[in-house]
Design a protein around this ligand. Sequence first.
Ligand code: SF4
Ligand code: SF4
Length: 169
Amino acid sequence: MRSILKVLVSSRFYILAVLGISLYLAINQLHISLWWVLLAGVIMGIIFGKVFCRWVCPMGLIMEIMMSLSPDGKTRQMYQYHKIGCPIAWISGYLNKFSLFRIRLNESSCITCGKCDKQCYIVAMEPQKYSLYKSELNNPGSSYTCSKCLQCVASCPNGSLNYNVHNKI
Ligand code: SF4
Ligand code: SF4
């Protein structure tokens, strides 16, 4: 399961490219209503949290390409990602706290190496406020801004971070 997640995370940009272009074509060629897209984004948000932006969204694809062309300020731009005025981002960002799948830490196996935090743009912006493994700080995976890149989970050397069904509301 973990190896599948690692492959998905390392291929995320290509998955976003395929799904983003497919969605764009579906909206334009098949005239699929944006209301259906909104509904799908919300359902995905309930199950997985804010995955739409970085795994499915055509606008997300364009933004990632733009960011790759201007590496300076990349983190800042990524952090601003949710502020473009998309209702799917608003709703599913809020759902990060309540979604079925969430990022969880197994504290007993964590060796506090900090590799997860180094992968996270939310921690990079506010290291005094967020951490994936420091219990005194907030979990960035539950924050509005986390768009489930899952790089934190994939980077953990011993599987202490997981993205799976959360059994507590
Ligand atoms: S999935 Fe992990 S690394 Fe990515 S933004 Fe969320 S908490 Fe940070
Ligand atoms: S990468 Fe894994 S082991 Fe290292 S601090 Fe993060 S959760 Fe703990």
